[in-house]
Design a protein around this ligand. Structure first.
Ligand code: GDP
Length: 295
């Protein structure tokens, strides 16, 4: 994960290791390389620039820990800044409703159906939760079948209504089914298109308004870099979602989406997907991710 970025940051920060003190010149030299590493990782230009400006201010400012060597100090400042950029403290999902309704949004292929299964499995393993999966992709019958396969695999019931082409009606019926059958979490998997279009936005917005979910999650393929960030912005403008799910981190060597998305939409990354299997789900902890990036 993020190997390219880790290697480049390591090289950039290495510059300071042999120096006895922090100076304007060696800080500038190091941060130029840090910025280049961030841009190569597909981090947005403005974010990369602001990042290095903040690190520079701290490095040259009064509030530095003078007991650290310049190299160590810079690693710490970059790590702190990365953590901050990715979201500070980890945030959970709101499960206060009965049932708690979780709406999945995102483009086709982003990993919504897979993640819906992973989340259902994750919650089911918490023992106090009895999830229901609801299939609302009315355009692709294969997507409904796929959710059933996932549900069978993890032993979670799937509600679907093949032939019904009204996703609002299906999601409402799914919630009613959950209430009648003692499910305390409902995860609604919706249709996605290959790109943001008006019809999709209207549809997801109508579902959102009709069911008023406790939690609306936006699922995005982390390998799509700045596109992921732009798509997040489009969905957030319509849905004002609660959190981001970054999938396919196992294949992402660059990390630009993970680093930029929080500061663009101001919503936390809540979970990550790290593989195709149902167990490949992790809570997103910004500080752990920063540790991983900097090795
Ligand atoms: P949807 O169209 O948004 O519902 O996307 P799917 O859930 O069908 O996922 C699209 C493809 O991405 C499938 O082949 C999944 O197996 C794969 N996929 C989903 N999440 C991950 C992940 O975290 N890592 C990897 N490597 N593949 C994933």
């Amino acid at each position: 994960m993020f190997n390219n970025l880790s290697d480049k940051l390591d090289k950039a920060l290495h510059v300071l290791k042999g120096h006895g003190s922090i100076t304007e010149v060696n800080v500038a030299e190091t941060l130029k390389e840090v910025r280049r590493a961030l841009l190569d990782a597909d981090v947005n230009f403005k974010i990369a620039k602001e990042f290095t400006v903040r690190v520079k201010e701290k490095a040259l400012g009064q509030d530095v820990l003078t007991t650290l060597q310049p190299g160590q100090l810079m690693v710490k400042l970059v790590k702190d800044e990365l953590t901050e950029l990715m979201g500070g403290d980890a945030e959970g999902i709101n499960l206060s409703g009965n049932p708690s309704v979780i709406l999945m949004s995102g483009l086709q292929g982003s990993g919504k159906t897979t993640f819906s299964g992973k989340l259902a499995n994750y919650l089911k393993n918490k023992k106090t939760k009895k999830p229901l999966l609801v299939a609302c992709d009315v355009y692709r019958p294969a997507a409904i079948d796929q959710l059933h396969v996932v549900g069978d695999q993890i032993g979670v019931e799937v509600f679907s209504d093949k032939g019904n082409n009204d996703p609002v009606a299906i999601s409402k019926a799914g919630i009613a089914h959950a209430k009648a059958n003692g499910h305390n979490v409902v995860i609604i998997d919706t249709a996605g298109r290959l790109a943001v279009d008006e019809a999709m936005m209207t549809e997801i917005s109508n579902i959102h308004k009709a069911i008023e979910p406790q939690e609306t999650l936006f699922v995005v393929d982390s390998m799509t870099g700045q596109d992921a960030v732009n798509t997040a912005k489009a969905f957030n403008d319509i849905l004002n979602f609660d959190g981001v799910i970054l999938t396919k981190l196992d294949g992402d060597t660059r990390g630009g989406a993970a680093i930029s998305i929080k500061s663009v939409v101001n919503k936390p990354i809540k979970f990550i997907g790290t593989g195709e299997k149902m167990e490949a789900i992790d809570v997103f902890y910004p500080s752990r991710m920063a540790d991983r990036i900097l090795g």
